[in-house]
Design a protein around this ligand. Structure first.
Ligand code: KIV
Length: 273
C-alpha cells in the first residue's frame, strides 16, 4: 500500500504534537465528519482529525459555516470518535456557541467533550475570545486556536480572499497568536495567509502551527478531506492538492450500477438467495 503508516500506534495526544514540533516532525491533519471516513483516515496514519464546522458546507450543503449547530457538531464528533483508534480528534466549536460570554463558551465546550468524547476543541478568533479560551482551558479542555481567514466571520470580511496581506492585519495576527499561546492553547491553525507571515508565527511560537493555504514553513498541514479526495465539485483553490478524483470514480461507479439495474444485469444468480 502506498503512503506513510506510522509504526507508533499509541494514541496521539496534544503533548505528543508539541514533542513533534520540537523534533521537527511535520504534523498531518485532515477533516472527517462521519464514522466510515474517519476509520479510513485514521487507518491511513493521520496524526490529527478535525471535525471541522466545514461540515456545514460539505456535508449539509450550506453556503457558509454559520448555520451548523452545537447539536450537529456533537453528532459529527461522536460519529468520528467511534471510528478512530490513533489520531487526536478535535471538534470545532460552531458559530454562536462561544462568542456570547465565557460561561456560554464553557458550557458549549463541556457539552462537546461530554457527548462526543473528542480529545480537544478548536475556536476561531484572537484577543476578543481570550477570556473564554482561558475559562475552557481552566476546566481541563485542550483548545486549538484558529487565525487568518476565519470562515465564521465571513459576513464581516465579505470575501474568502487571502488575509493579513497588509501590515496592520499581519501585526494583529502575530499579537493574537502570542496571546493564544499565552492563554494555554496547545496548537494553532493559520488559514489562507502569506507563507512568509505563517513561517514567522511558527518560528516565534513553541506550540505547533498547522497551515491551510499558509505555505510550507509551518509545523503541519490540514485540508478538508472531501476537497483533497476530489469529491467537492469544482472547488479548486490554489492551496489545494488533489490526491484522488473521487467525484469521477463515484460518478462512474454509480452510473454503471444504474445501467446494470435498468438492464436487469444486477443482481445475477450469485447475488440472490
Ligand atoms: O472547518 C474546517 O474544516 C477548518 C479547516 C479548514 C481548518 O476549520
Amino acid at each position: 500500500m502506498a503512503g506513510y503508516i506510522s509504526d507508533d500506534n499509541r494514541k496521539v495526544t496534544t503533548h505528543r504534537l508539541i514533542e513533534m514540533k520540537k523534533r521537527g516532525e511535520k504534523i498531518s491533519m485532515l477533516t472527517s465528519y462521519d464514522y466510515t471516513t474517519a476509520q479510513i483516515v485514521d487507518g491511513a496514519g493521520i496524526d490529527v482529525i478535525l471535525v471541522g464546522d466545514s461540515a456545514s458546507n460539505v456535508m449539509a450543503g450550506n453556503v457558509t459555516t454559520l448555520p451548523i449547530t452545537l447539536d450537529q457538531m456533537i453528532y459529527h464528533g461522536k460519529s468520528v470518535v467511534r471510528g478512530v483508534k490513533r489520531a487526536l480528534v478535535i471538534v470545532d466549536m460552531p458559530f454562536g456557541s462561544y462568542q456570547g460570554n465565557e460561561l456560554e463558551g464553557l458550557s458549549s465546550a463541556i457539552r462537546i467533550m461530554k457527548e462526543s468524547h473528542a480529545d480537544a476543541l478548536k475556536m476561531e478568533g484572537g484577543e476578543e475570545i481570550i477570556p473564554t479560551v482561558k475559562r475552557i482551558i481552566s476546566a481541563g479542555i485542550p483548545v486549538m486556536g484558529h487565525l487568518g481567514l476565519m470562515p465564521q466571520s465571513i459576513n464581516k470580511y465579505g470575501t474568502y480572499a487571502v488575509r493579513a496581506k497588509d501590515n496592520d492585519e499581519a501585526e494583529k495576527l502575530i499579537r493574537d497568536a502570542h496571546l493564544l499561546e499565552e492563554a494555554g492553547c496547545f496548537g494553532l491553525v493559520l488559514e489562507k495567509i502569506p507563507a512568509e507571515l505563517a513561517t514567522r508565527v511558527a518560528k516565534e511560537l513553541t506550540i505547533p502551527v498547522i497551515g491551510i493555504g499558509a505555505g510550507s514553513g509551518v509545523d503541519g498541514q490540514v485540508l478538508v478531506v472531501t476537497d483533497m479526495l476530489g469529491m467537492t465539485n469544482g472547488f479548486r483553490p490554489r492551496f489545494l492538492r488533489l490526491y484522488a478524483d473521487l467525484n469521477e470514480i463515484m460518478t462512474s461507479a454509480i452510473g454503471r450500477y444504474v445501467e446494470d439495474v435498468k438492464s436487469g444485469d444486477f443482481p445475477n444468480e450469485k447475488e440472490q438467495y
